[in-house]
Design a protein around this ligand. Structure first.
Ligand SMILES: [Zn+2]
Length: 417
């Protein structure tokens, strides 16, 4: 009887495939990223790990009950254990020893959620008749994820942004439940339903019977990692989207209403600041409002994109007159582009210190770009927009209708999700 530890994975499936017209059965084993090093935002982990072992045993073992225990031991202390019975496993149907005298079989098992709560190296100990160390596994926590205000603005401009992440674990003896959640702002509704804000869980959590207890040192802050990762779609985590199509439609309606009034530039600045989703097309990583340019100027918005471009945006009022009767760029709009040109000159003379003010290094930024948002698309001729594009090749331009239409488009995309 021999047990080997092969590693851990979050992805595991074991499907027996019957090949058509043949008696042969193909065992398809799928373990992606088998590893002995686990990097995780939280400890205890919020996703299940499969521990993969190879068992070798004589075929006739089927008739002898054998108990196997696997223990995770750190600094001489047993942190987690599980046991299974080989005879029971054989009955489960995955095992088909026939002719050979020795059978090797891969098996996967899981430990209880709360048992591994501190980083470091754990020995994987196997106990059949006696104990043998069959491997090691290292748990390595990611540094706590702290979000700057600029990053939170940017996350809110992402249509897939997450409003909160919640989960629950329960003691299998006293049945006490720990329901927890995290979010950028506390959620009264969740708290009414018994969810505790992750940062307020006691440092050492223990249920009333004491069976389920763990340190939350690597949990309380670590869980925030998931707020910035809209790709998490974990079944065991409850993830609430910040935007549903209803919410987005509401923002679009209010924006359209605001456009129909004679509101000032500042009111639009404020509206976009409160609803950064209007800037979703920039794929922002950070968004700053009223950002200084070398203490000489101030942009309306400065965006760092995920592709490391810095985009400086000037907004003018929607009512601004854009074109002359002959279809050329009118004075007010020209003035807006002149401002971009002033910023560009100042920055190109002091690129390094400008980026340093933003907290970036000169080499990490791919490009610095400039953008005007102004006016309405209205009935202006296409030719006029061509003139504008030609005259200001190096600068970006959008009307308020472009912003609105992009949001409406987003609503229909979210509807299709
Ligand atoms: Zn309990």
């Amino acid at each position: 009887m021999e047990v080997r530890f092969l590693g851990v994975t979050t992805n595991f499936s074991n499907n027996a495939i019957q090949v058509k017209g043949q008696k042969q059965i193909i065992d398809s084993l799928n373990c992606i990223g088998l590893s002995e090093l686990v990097t995780t935002p939280t400890l205890p982990m919020l996703c299940d790990l499969n521990y993969i072992f190879a068992l070798s045993f004589p075929v006739d073992v089927e008739f002898t009950p054998i108990n196997i225990s696997i223990i995770l031991r750190k600094d001489g202390i047993d942190k987690a254990s599980m046991s299974f019975n080989l005879t029971e496993l054989l009955k489960s149907g995955d095992f088909k020893p026939k002719t050979k005298t020795i059978k090797t079989q891969i098996i996967h098992q899981k430990f209880n959620f709360t048992q591994i709560d501190s980083p470091g190296t754990y020995d994987v100990v196997c106990k059949v008749s006696e104990e043998t160390i069959i491997g090691q596994i290292i748990f390595h926590p990611l540094p706590p994820r702290k979000y700057s205000l600029e990053e939170i603005n940017a996350i809110k401009s992402n249509p897939l942004a997450i409003k909160y992440v919640r989960g629950e674990v329960s003691c299998n003896q006293c049945q006490e439940k720990l329901k927890f959640y995290t979010s950028f702002s506390k959620d009264k509704n969740l708290e009414k339903n018994g969810y505790i804000f992750a940062k307020e869980i006691p440092k050492n959590y223990s249920c009333k019977c004491g069976n389920m207890n763990f340190s939350t040192d690597y949990f309380r802050d670590g869980i925030d990692f998931f707020l910035g990762d809209s790709s998490v779609g974990r079944e065991d985590l409850g993830i609430k989207a910040l935007y549903q199509s209803r919410t987005l439609q509401g923002i679009a309606n209010r924006f359209r209403n605001l456009l129909s009034t004679e509101s000032s530039e500042e009111e639009f600045q404020e509206f976009i600041k409160k609803n950064p989703i209007l800037l979703h097309m920039f794929n922002a990583r950070e968004i700053r409002f009223k950002n200084p340019v070398l203490s000489k100027y101030k942009t309306d918005f400065t965006i760092l994109t995920h592709s490391k471009r810095v985009i400086n945006i000037e907004i003018e009022k929607p009512g601004l007159s854009m074109f002359t009767k002959t279809g050329h760029v009118a004075k007010d709009l020209k003035h807006a582009f002149d401002q971009l040109s002033d910023w560009e000159t100042a920055i190109s003379n002091n690129r390094g210190s400008y980026l340093e003010d933003l907290g970036y290094s000169n080499s990490e930024i791919v490009s610095i770009e400039f953008f005007v948002i102004a006016g309405r698309t209205g009935n202006h001729k296409l030719k006029s927009f061509h003139h504008l594009k030609n005259q200001y090749r190096n600068y970006g331009f959008m009307t308020y209708d472009d912003l609105l239409n992009s949001l409406i488009q987003l609503v229909s995309n979210v509807d299709k999700l």
